[in-house]
Design a protein around this ligand. Structure first.
Ligand code: FE2
Length: 205
């Protein structure tokens, strides 16, 4: 039942302001989430097989789903939306969309960065509401607290300290966030936006 694998094709390199050493260190944590998701699913299957599906122990292990699954999935969105040397197309689908909701791309970026500086560990996600077509920046605590059901992630930024400690130290959150925005994979973000607007399933790899 180990159905998830590490998506090597998503690993970025040569970024401006985020070293390969930092990415490698961070990548190892992502690998841990993939392994933990598979292990947790196997463990729960074994427990069900042993007639332990109704036990408190099973319930406690199942509560771990949100942390482990989101830890895996969000890192795939995050690493995937980083790429060296990509300039933003302000007139592309994402640029046009955030200009509608925020007034301009720059205003979206400013709010995205501010969201990323929310105190505490978590994630900053530009979420698309498929019903209204609006976008907003959401701060997700840990990996799993604060997601909006059915909303579609367009831009995902890791805001746990492990994401910048190698390069910038504990006080380097702002420098890291600037680097993330400088290295966004705008082509992919435009693809995500277009798919979301067309009601297609969003592929994360
Ligand atoms: Fe992370």
């Amino acid at each position: 039942m180990s159905v998830y694998s590490v998506r090597e094709e998503l690993k970025p390199s040569g970024l401006n302001g985020i070293s390969d050493e930092q990415i490698n260190d961070h990548w190892n944590l992502y690998v841990g989430y993939v392994n933990n998701v598979n292990a947790l699913n196997n463990q729960l299957a074994d427990m069900r097989g042993n007639g332990e599906g109704g036990t408190a122990a099973y319930t406690d292990r199942r509560r771990r789903f949100g942390f482990e699954y989101d830890g895996m999935v969000l890192h795939e969105y995050y690493f995937g939306n980083l790429k060296a040397g990509v300039d933003m197309n302000h007139d592309g689908p994402f640029g046009a969309l955030v200009a509608e909701s925020f007034g301009s791309v720059d205003a979206w970026a400013e709010d995205f960065k501010t969201c990323g500086k929310s105190r505490g560990i978590g994630w900053t996600i530009t979420y698309y509401d498929p019903v209204t077509g609006q976008v907003n920046n959401h701060f997700i605590q840990h990996h799993e607290e604060g997601h909006i059901s059915g909303f579609i992630p367009l831009v995902v930024m890791d805001c746990w300290e492990h994401a910048w400690m190698v390069d910038h130290g504990a006080g380097g959150r702002g420098a890291y966030i600037d680097a993330v925005v400088d290295n966004l994979n705008w082509g992919l973000i435009d693809e995500r936006t277009k798919a979301a607007q067309e009601g297609k399933v969003l592929n994360r790899f």
